[in-house]
Design a protein around this ligand. Structure first.
Ligand SMILES: CC(C)(COP(=O)(O)OP(=O)(O)OC[C@H]1O[C@@H](n2cnc3c(N)ncnc32)[C@H](O)[C@@H]1OP(=O)(O)O)[C@@H](O)C(=O)NCCC(=O)NCCS
Length: 257
């Protein structure tokens, strides 16, 4: 079942929810589905998820130094496979995920011909978000607004003068939140684009709307100037900030769960 709700709820996984695979909610043209999950899960969930991972994914798990990172990776990637399986009518372990040239994970070309679903995953401190769309690229980013982050120093170093001045003009208790909005807004566009750190972020400027619900990316060199990237902020519990980005202004978001 899928629901539209004002605050995106992070699901707690149990083995039963992974045993069944109802068809995914209908993904309409120009719609982005957003799923959210907690990565701390019972042992049966982890073992289900582990069995669905590809040998390459299992190898990545083995290389992680910390137990909690290994467990979170297994659940995030197993859950990703479980959701993709529902959209593409496959078994989770047979969903063909490859990396595009910029490093962005996507379905194999062959799979895209029958199930043109684009996706993007983000995880932060025990939570993950997944955004999916049919036939157009999406990016998603999630951050916990940690107190330890030196938001003013980072803003001055990484953001444009206008962005930095906008943050500084906020009241002191809003500055941290604005910093994180700029961060996830840009990161979500960068992830939709798929080129990672090659994206010319230093030449771009994000304009956040007065209602704080979306942001438009301007600049970014000649090629991307013709493209209009929009990042929409998610309604999350206090302390968290997240955004989904895609090209154009005519797409809508739906929270699933
Ligand atoms: C790697 C990067 C894509 C995301 O990094 P991140 O914010 O640390 O991590 P997130 O949790 O949001 O996303 C990670 C997921 O994105 C996906 N991903 C990996 N490479 C990607 C790419 N080139 N494009 C889009 N998505 C990508 C993967 O599913 C990855 O999950 P995995 O590591 O478990 O396989 C990239 O944006 C990066 O290196 N950013 C560095 C931070 C930075 O300088 N940001 C500037 C913002 S102002």
């Amino acid at each position: 079942m899928s629901v539209d709700s004002s605050v995106l709820t992070f699901l707690r996984l149990d083995a039963r929810s992974l045993d069944t695979r109802p068809p995914a909610p209908y993904l309409a043209d120009r719609e982005v589905h957003v799923w959210a999950v907690l990565l701390d899960a019972p042992a049966e969930v982890e073992s289900h998820c582990w069995n669905w991972l590809s040998p390459t994914e299992q190898e990545r798990v083995r290389r992680l130094s910390f137990e909690h990172d290994r467990r979170h990776f297994v659940v995030a990637h197993g859950w990703l496979r479980h959701i993709l399986a529902r959209y593409c009518s496959q078994d989770p372990c047979h969903v063909p995920i490859i990396n595009a040239s910029g490093g962005k994970p996507q379905l194999s070309r062959e799979m895209l011909r029958s199930c043109d679903v684009r996706f993007n995953l983000t995880h932060s401190n025990g939570r993950a978000l997944l955004a999916l769309a049919r036939g157009f690229e999406v990016g998603v980013d999630l951050e916990e607004m940690r107190q330890a982050v030196q938001h003013l120093k980072l803003s001055e170093r990484f953001f444009s003068r206008t962005e930095w001045e906008t943050i500084k003009s906020c009241s002191e208790d809003r500055q941290r939140e604005m910093f994180f909005r700029y961060w996830v807004g840009k990161e979500s566009v960068m992830k939709a684009h798929g080129t990672g750190l090659l994206f010319p972020l230093d030449q771009c400027e994000l304009a956040i709307s007065d209602r704080l619900d979306e942001a438009v990316l301007r600049g970014c060199g000649r090629k991307t100037q013709e493209q209009k990237w929009i990042s929409r902020f998610l309604d999350l519990n206090p302390g968290w900030v997240g955004a989904v980005a895609a090209e154009g202004t005519d797409w809508t978001m739906r929270y699933c769960g």
